[in-house]
Write a protein that binds this ligand. Structure first.
Ligand SMILES: [Zn+2]
Ligand SMILES: [Zn+2]
Length: 179
């Protein structure tokens, strides 16, 4: 089953293909881009962030209900995300509905006062995009700090991950071979 990627118009341009290719490499699944008119919900003016749950509510309602779409769906957005009591999240998945979101807001070096680098931005977006899709494919968090399914709480932890699933995650039933 292919993975659907919806690229928010405000997300960084020109990175779509390298990110998609990298996600395909990590998960061993084809990716394709889909385009639907989508309102990005959940803006909180005081935090200047979006509630990731509300974005997923809308994604679930608009896209999966109104359009015939099969396979997991990942939204890539540039809006900064939070969930509940978490100050921020890199992304969020809702496996029961097959939808997930990942934010590039904190993936750019410039966010941390470092020199911008597209390769870093692509790597981080691909790793966390693949991580959220991994949840949609039935994977849980992994203790291996180099595995894509490890849950990074900082940029350094994200960068320590490799662009691959660890052997244990790769062996998870249902992940492979079901097209
Ligand atoms: Zn996760
Ligand atoms: Zn793992």
């Amino acid at each position: 089953m292919g993975i659907n990627i919806l690229w928010d118009r405000q997300a960084p341009e020109g990175l779509e293909l390298p990110v998609a290719r990298s996600i395909t490499m990590i998960l061993g699944r084809e990716t394709r881009f889909v385009e639907y008119p989508l309102l990005i919900d959940g803006y909180d003016r005081n935090r200047n962030q979006h509630d990731a749950q509300k974005i997923l509510d809308r994604l679930q309602d608009t896209v999966t209900r109104r359009y015939a779409i099969s396979g997991p769906l990942l939204l890539v957005t540039s809006r900064d995300l939070y969930v509940g009591a978490c100050d921020f999240v890199f992304g969020l998945a809702r496996p029961a509905s097959g939808v997930a979101v990942v934010s590039t807001a904190r993936f750019g070096n410039e966010y941390y006062g470092r020199r911008p680098d597209d390769a870093d931005l692509i790597d981080r977006t691909a790793k966390e995009g693949a991580h959220e899709i991994g949840h949609l494919l039935g994977l849980d968090h992994c203790d291996n700090p180099e595995c894509v399914m490890f849950r990074p709480r900082t940029l350094d932890e994200l960068d320590r991950k490799r662009k691959m699933l660890c052997p244990a995650c790769t062996e998870t039933p249902g992940l492979r071979g079901k097209e």
